[in-house]
Ligand binder design. Structure first.
Ligand code: 13P
Length: 250
């Protein structure tokens, strides 16, 4: 019922010329039946969005385009910022919001996540909202408290049925140490129950929740075999077309 969604977060990788060859190679690797089974999204850096957009559209490749962040004002004197309006003009469908790297290095908070979600909706973009606990928070037994707060404050006032949620335990990102499928499933089950409380049971049942953190061709099948996991947000392994295609085909 919930169509799996596999998204590649390229982070600060790929010049626009590298991005062109990556998306072209990826399109050779993937076949029509792959797109039927899962929705495929790539999130290049801002500077590569236009190049990737043109390839996807000119070659009729059914990969959706996403950005990695957006600012909450649509335009104005905000040097260095990129708005949802600009992303929509490049035919982006998705935008990642509140990634832990943005929370850690750029002081993003649940409050700014909330403002960015509003800006995404105003511009008809689907947010992929990231939540997850750090190693210390996990060790302290506060995973559910932390994620509960990220969801309640970050998503407050917004239509959760139009979002994708990504559960990314910070300790699993880029470490090669993915959460066990059972642990990821348990926490995603908690996220779904919390969404049921914030919103309602129907929304909770329909919303797609991805797992992210050291997803690879080797562990994707087990992760996707879990009842609550609806897809993956893939970092490192999305930079290699063959690996990412294997993940899409889990
Ligand atoms: P890795 O797959 O490199 O661990 O990164 C996960 C991530 O942060 C995706 O947003």
């Amino acid at each position: 019922m919930r169509k799996p969604i596999i998204a590649g977060n390229w982070k600060e990788n790929m010049t626009h010329t590298d991005a062109i060859s990556l998306v072209q190679t990826l399109s050779y690797e993937l076949q029509e039946k792959d797109y039927d089974r899962a929705e495929v999204v790539v999130c290049p850096p801002f500077t590569a969005l236009r190049a990737v957009q043109l390839i996807l559209e000119n070659d009729h490749i059914p990969i959706a385009l996403g950005a990695q962040n957006l600012f909450w004002e649509d335009e104005g004197a905000y040097t260095g910022e990129i708005s949802g309006k600009f992303l929509k003009a490049l035919h982006c469908d998705y935008v990642i919001i509140g990634h832990s790297e943005r929370r850690k290095y750029f002081n993003e908070t649940d409050e700014t996540v909330n403002k960015r979600i509003e800006a995404a909706f105003r511009n008809d973009l689907k947010p992929i909202v990231c939540v997850g606990e750090t190693d210390e928070e996990r060790e302290a037994g506060s995973t559910e408290e932390v994620i509960g707060r990220q969801l309640r404050d970050g998503l407050a006032g917004h239509d959760i049925s139009k979002m994708v949620i990504a559960y990314e335990p910070v300790w699993a990102i880029g470490t090669g140490k993915a959460a066990t499928p059972e642990d990821a499933n348990d926490t995603i089950g908690f996220i779904r129950r919390t969404i049921g409380e914030i919103s309602d049971a129907k929304v909770a049942d329909g919303v797609r929740i991805q797992y992210g953190g050291s997803v690879s061709a080797g562990n994707i099948a087990q992760l996707m075999g879990q009842s609550e996991i609806d897809g993956a947000l893939v970092g490192g392994a999305s930079l290699d077309a063959k690996s990412f295609a294997m993940i899409v085909r889990y």
